[in-house]
Design a protein around this ligand. Structure first.
Ligand code: DX5
Ligand code: ZN
Length: 214
């Protein structure tokens, strides 16, 4: 399983040790959650903070934009050196065009779906994206309980991948720990985001390892 720890649950007053922990861990990515107070009912951090983080982070960045009009920020996300740019399906009326523009900027394009957005909305985009991010909580906050229905959605997405031959990576975000992670892995998840499970752990390296082995 690929693991993308979310900085949202790190200590914002002292990020350096948390970034050192990520750098020395088995994590595959660092997940950055950008919130605008419009698309989601919370505001997290923006480009000045992410630039400082990117300088100290040795893992590739997996940027998750929980904002309206995410296409306005493609070049700024590219300038961070991000590998993956995730936009919400619900925030993009012209999703195909946004995906093309993310690719033209040299990044992998991820499309994110909220808990109430069906997998079937991805039928006409799945072959064009590098990643689908399934939200297993309503976006906006770390530490929320896992929505069990997400396991079924991951299985549906895995079936859609097989049917279309799409190479999109199935990533899941929200309430992930070793137990929910195991159920997601069995359903076909290939990558998980984990915030509170990693940063709230007594030993974050062990928490990351417990997801890596799934
Ligand atoms: C929620 C964010 C998540 C969040 C996950 O809106 O997209 O990435 O950090 O936090 P946990 O793992 O604590 O549910
Ligand atoms: Zn996220």
């Amino acid at each position: 399983m690929k693991v993308s720890p979310s900085l949202l649950s790190a200590d914002f007053g002292n990020l350096v040790p948390d970034l050192a922990m990520i750098n020395s861990s088995e994590a595959d990515y660092l997940h950055l959650d950008v919130m605008d107070g419009v698309f989601v009912p919370n505001i997290s951090f923006g480009f000045p903070v992410m630039k400082a983080v990117a300088k100290r982070c040795e893992k590739p960045l997996d940027v998750h934009l929980m904002i309206v009009e995410p296409d306005k920020w493609i070049s700024q996300v590219r300038d961070l050196g991000a590998e993956i740019m995730n936009v919400h399906q619900e925030a993009c009326p012209h999703l195909h065009s946004v995906v093309q523009r993310i690719h033209n900027a040299g990044m992998k394009a991820g499309v994110t779906i909220n808990p109430a957005t069906p997998v079937s909305t991805l039928v006409d985009i799945i072959e064009d994206v590098d990643l689908v991010l399934v939200m297993s909580v309503n976006p906006g906050f770390g530490g929320q309980p896992f929505i069990e229905h997400s396991v079924k959605k991951v299985a549906e997405l895995a079936a859609l991948k097989r049917a279309t031959g799409s190479k999109a990576i199935i990533e899941v975000d929200g309430g992930v720990n070793a137990s929910t992670g195991a159920r997601l892995a069995a359903a076909g998840a290939e990558m998980v985001v984990a915030g509170s499970y990693v940063f709230g752990a007594e030993n974050p390296h062990d928490a990351i390892h417990s997801l890596k082995v799934l």
